[in-house]
Design a protein around this ligand. Structure first.
Ligand code: URA
Length: 210
């Protein structure tokens, strides 16, 4: 079974992504663009978020008007690059809760090993939006969602900037029920597990660690 991919091709997002890919772009500029794309992706990924009607007073009359319950949304950042999505997404959904998943790659087995996992309570009431800029091999995304499913969230979506075809295939084989929202599907992975043409190491570029 293949899963659903939302390839978000809005020109504003595509323009900003092109700027982020440029190798000489400064850390500050990369981070600002990441923030802007995060806001726009929050808009896409929350498109079918449930609303409820509340009674409000306009200057003219009383009406029933829709509101969302931001607290029911949990953004789940896969450390560390997933944190790059948080500021932008929170500026659009300020009531959201945040979860973190920390994974490292075992050098011998190359499997994902968990070193940190912290979610809000009552996950069964919440819609989870998992964040990681790069869906490369897909191994950490699969492991993060495996673990997240143990908390039984109401729904799960996965958001990235770039996906490799190999990562999408791996992710969908493991989690065909989790839709992926991405701004681009790049050509392939290279021998070092980098997405090409890609944008390099998202964590290093966000945090200026290289
Ligand atoms: N992680 C990154 O940061 N970049 C890649 O290209 C692949 C994985």
């Amino acid at each position: 079974m293949t899963g659903l991919v939302h390839h978000v091709t809005h020109p504003l997002i595509q323009h900003k992504l092109t700027l982020m890919r440029q190798k000489d772009r400064s850390t500050n500029s990369f981070r600002l663009l990441m923030n802007e794309i995060s806001m726009l992706m929050a808009y896409e990924v929350t498109r079918d978020m449930p609303t409820q009607l509340i009674e409000i007073e306009t200057p003219l009359e009383t009406m029933q008007a829709p509101v969302i319950d931001g607290k029911k949304t949990v953004f789940v950042s896969i450390l560390r690059a997933g944190n790059g999505f948080l500021d932008g997404m929170l500026s659009v959904v300020p009531g959201a809760r945040i979860g973190h998943v920390g994974l490292y790659r075992d050098p011998k087995t190359l499997g994902a090993v968990e070193y940190y996992f912290k979610m809000p309570q009552a996950m069964h009431e919440r819609d989870a939006i998992v964040l990681d800029p790069m869906l490369a091999t897909g191994n950490s995304a699969v492991a993060a969602v495996d673990r997240l499913k143990e908390t039984s969230p109401k729904s799960i979506r996965f958001v990235c900037l770039l996906a490799a075809p190999e990562g999408l295939k791996n992710f969908h084989a493991a989690h065909p029920d989790v839709p992926v929202y991405t701004t681009a599907i790049d050509r392939e992975l290279n021998d070092h597990g980098y997405i090409v043409p890609g944008l390099g190491d998202a964590g290093d570029r966000l945090f200026g660690t290289k």
